[in-house]
Ligand binder design. Sequence first.
Ligand code: WTA
Length: 569
Amino acid sequence: MSNIGSYEERIRDFSWSISEKELGYNPGGIINIGWLCSDRICELGKAQKTGLIWENASGVVKKFTYNDIRLASNTIGQFLRDLGIKPEDRICLFMDKIPELYLGFLGILKIGAIAQPLFSAFGDESLFIRLENAWTRAIITQKKHLPKIRKILDKMPFLEFIIIVDQDPLKPLQSREIAFDLKNIPKVEVFEICPTRAESPSVLHYTSGTTGQPKGVKHVHYSIISQYLTSKWVLDLQDDDIYWCTADPGWVTGTSYGIIGAFSNGVTQCVLDAGFSAESWYRFIEKYRITMWYSAPTAIRSLMKAGDEIINKFDLSSLRHLASVGEPLNPEAVIWSEKVFGKPFLDTYWQTETGSIMISNYPGMKIKPGSMGKPFPGITATVVSPDTYESFDVPGKIGLIALKPGWPSMMRMYWNNEETYKNKFRNGWYLPGDRSSIDTDGYFWFVGRDDDVINTGGHLVSPFEVESALLEHPAVAESAVVSKPDFVNMEVVKAFVSLKPGYQPSKELDLEIMNFVRKKLSPLAMPQEIEFMDSLPKTRSGKIMRRILHAREWGEEVGDTSTLEDDDK
Ligand code: WTA
């Protein structure tokens, strides 16, 4: 029996108070994600239950009971508090998927500070932009990431502490650096948890837009009301589940469902801190008898590409329930997973700003492969006209996805950017920036994004950020960045570049520029292809026309370029 039971019944008399009651939250009272994800689970009698099983690429395994998680997060919280970290200070987590990332996240929330997780593959420029925007006071990291931080340190007077979780005791520390070794520090048994309330800020996640710098999405402690219940009803987390969320907590899926949803439901979750290979993923499922697997279309397509034969080498019979997020899940992937795992991947749709699943397929509900499913109970979702922002009543008509604001995990603000935040609302709707249609049965069918943001392998990349990085290369005069189709990643980054006088296109220059972007931004943002042009197509006033280049890559009609040339908006 699934947790949700009947979707139809759940929507009929839904109230978020269901989740509030289950989590023991009294409206107006104290609510703290760190406490709900560790101390509360211990109080429920699961102190000795394994909460986290971690394995890395070399096969090292670490296990933590819920009591270990409680003590470790207390200890990290105390350490930060002793440094003088105050509620609402921003603390960046800049680590691979090591246990300290999960435990540190909860520790930060326990003292009322704001956790700012950043993808550890970010280069110095990506890191700097986000730390500067948030005026981050401390960063928790591993020694392997120090060179990137040291490179930008002079530009960051606000960053007071660089806390290194694996510092070699014999190596000298540099300015602002502090060693913190969870293994060798006395565990804090009794800890005063900050009495945060529903609207106290909790997490700051950065997401990319088409123009301008990345936006800091501010969430609050009350978000757990959504994350807990969606984990229970969509991911169907049950007491004896062994759960694997493949996302990195540098991105929202890795925190909302890889930390908060999992631990607040008190399940055992596994983390594989290693690169992707079909073999190692299947081995991981077999070894830990994973029952619930939350992953992403790019990973599923990569597994499809690896072929079906390899699957027969493993016992994957433990799998009970599968779900996916981040990009369109193509019908072939749903059908394939049903064939090889005996279960379809259920598509779920949401974004950093929504904090939790908005539209989804549910256990027991009829699946239409290729559809994102229906709104979560308590979520009012529709498709509106891009001109009037009125809801379309006609099935099949493509418009903008629109959500009625007011669910617990909705972002509360873009950090220091109220104008952009306000711009996301029209006619009483929150607009996530995606296009879709709704069929006669109420199922949503994703069509595409309503902006130029590139979704590569489920990760959003801003063309603006890549173009800016390209322009910093000495050879580059002009740049335009668009997506191009790719079987596995759905989209990859492609750059068009014109060179400054004295530079000639060459294979070496190609690689040099790619590498330049990879180091500055990240491997995700690195162009997979660079096309050199004498000059880029521009409007009369000199604005580069990305749309023409995009249409060319996707084999679409460019349309009337004479109007495009005048289009200087
Ligand atoms: C896209 C990730 C199609 C969409 C949780 C959204 C999807 C953006 C789906 C958010 C899906 C997410 N089908 N597209 N099931 N899920 N997207 O903020 O464009 O990293 O706005 O959050 O990914 O990406 P974000």
